[in-house]
Design a protein around this ligand. Structure first.
Ligand code: PEP
Ligand code: CO
Length: 454
């Protein structure tokens, strides 16, 4: 808890982060051009509303108490070229189908949060990339620069902030229309592509679960007269890493008749592992907004660090405000997570816990391709359930990098995708994602775990 003898924290404004060290920010060659773009962003209408943000915060508070489960997923990095009807539909489809498996299997409401409509900026381990003796600035996501390895492409371009904002608006507009309109058709069991199930050692159990999902949908439609998921209010929330602080703060404002400031680029911003320093600019920015916020946490968090995050981001310890998204890797979670849970409890608790089983499990093949093994992802999620349960609480959600497309980026899964398959359809410029089948399979794994504890 806060030490009352500490100096009072300085006043917060949407721009107060500028007084702290800000990591992972691009260096724009023309400061005036950046300032013009940020001013334009300040004038544009928001992407989300304060009442949606507050509704999510309430739902996350339910998840803290184990009454709901968060499914958070989408691309590692959205690309401007992927703002296409088919792509967006497929992402929404896989998330809807996964959430149906979870609702029916786990008998708990699912809070669907897309990693979309703004997931355009990426933290990088190195500021420069060197190829054949030539060094250029690293690619930092489509809102900042371009992936081609040329001097021109890698120059940060402030106009891309506007392009990203506009594509985020187009993406969200289409998702809202899908959710409101005929999209409920996708809930039909025949839209589930379950061919992969035959290849799973758990085929019988998975078939039974799929049958239960179908029965539940039929029951809702035929007996209750409602189509699953059909609703005239948004049941998808958006999230992205709050990395580019100029972009985030330009859309952070007051709203009529409500106290406080809202970041209106997204419902649920989070601080990434590389920018989560409690004294740094990113935590300073997140501190003053009313949105629910996440912090990615990894190995080696000291008690002091945990206390500083909680004091800065959730001094009241209000449930739903602060989420720790833990990402240790399948081999480290058992040694690290129990300590972290105990520390958070000792500091006053009321944290929502989400497991990101992706970012601690990235490996590189002998030929230099970034991948992840489905077995590691599965193992980390399963261990997370057990560790939270042993600590007398529940895992509140899963954060997955996935796509509705049939890509070959992660190895393993029921079909046994191998390293040799990776070259076939590898699209990600950054981290490898689960494809459609692997994502659904993971939903079955999670539902099974929630239902049977195994
Ligand atoms: C990410 O979520 O894409 C990411 C970079 O994660 P982390 O900050 O946990 O490394
Ligand atoms: Co990633």
């Amino acid at each position: 808890m806060s030490n009352p003898t500490e100096a009072p924290v300085s006043p917060w404004t949407p721009e107060s982060w500028r007084g702290r060290p800000a990591l992972q920010q691009p260096e724009y060659p023309d400061g005036a051009a950046l300032a013009n773009v940020l001013e334009e962003l300040r004038q544009l209408p928001p992407l989300v509303t304060s009442w949606e943000i507050l509704r999510l915060r309430e739902q996350l508070a339910d998840a803290v108490q184990g009454k709901a489960f968060v499914l958070q997923g989408g691309d590692c990095a959205e690309r401007l070229v992927d703002c296409r009807a088919g792509r967006v539909t497929n992402t929404v489809k896989v998330l809807v189908q996964m959430s149906l498996v979870l609702v029916v299997g786990a008998q708990r409401p699912v809070i669907r949060i897309g990693r979309f409509a703004g997931q355009y900026a990426k933290p990088r381990s190195a500021d420069v990339e060197t190829r054949d003796g030539v060094s250029l600035p690293s690619y930092r996501g489509d809102i900042i620069n371009r992936p081609e390895f040329t001097e021109e492409a890698r120059q940060p371009d402030p106009q891309l902030l506007l392009r990203g904002y506009e594509r985020a608006a187009l993406t969200l507009n289409f998702i809202r229309a899908l959710v409101k309109g005929g999209f409920a058709d996708l809930h039909h069991p025949e839209y589930f592509d379950l061919d992969w199930v035959e290849h799973s050692p758990l085929a019988d159990e998975y078939h039974r679960m799929a049958e239960t999902v179908s029965d539940a949908l039929r029951f809702m439609e035929n007996v209750l007269g409602v189509r699953a998921g059909e609703s005239d209010r948004i049941d998808f929330f958006t999230s992205h890493e709050a990395l580019h602080l100029g972009y985030e703060s330009a859309q952070t404002r007051r709203v009529p008749r409500r106290p406080g400031y809202y970041n209106l680029t997204t419902h649920f911003p989070w601080a990434g592992l590389r920018t989560n320093d409690p004294e740094g600019a990113h935590i300073e920015f997140l501190r003053g907004i009313e949105n629910p916020v996440g912090v990615k946490v990894g190995a080696g968090c000291t008690r002091e660090k945990v206390a500083r995050w909680m004091d800065a981001l959730n001094p009241e310890r209000a449930p739903g405000r602060l989420t720790f998204i833990h990402r240790f890797g399948a081999r480290r979670i058992a040694a690290e997570l129990p300590k972290l849970i105990e520390t958070a409890k000792a500091e006053g608790g009321n944290v929502l816990w989400i497991c990101d089983p992706m970012h601690g499990n990235t490996t590189t093949t002998a030929s230099g391709v970034k991948t992840r093994n489905f077995d590691d992802i599965r193992s980390e999620v399963e261990q997370a359930f057990d560790i939270h349960q042993a600590a007398g609480q529940q895992l509140g959600g899963a954060h997955i990098e996935l796509t509705g497309e049939n890509v070959t980026e992660c190895v393993g899964g029921a079909r046994g995708q191998s390293e040799n398959d990776l070259a076939r359809k590898y699209e990600s410029e950054v981290d490898p994602r689960l494809n459609y089948e692997q994502s659904l399979e993971l939903a079955f794994v999670i539902a099974r775990k929630m239902k049977n504890g195994k």
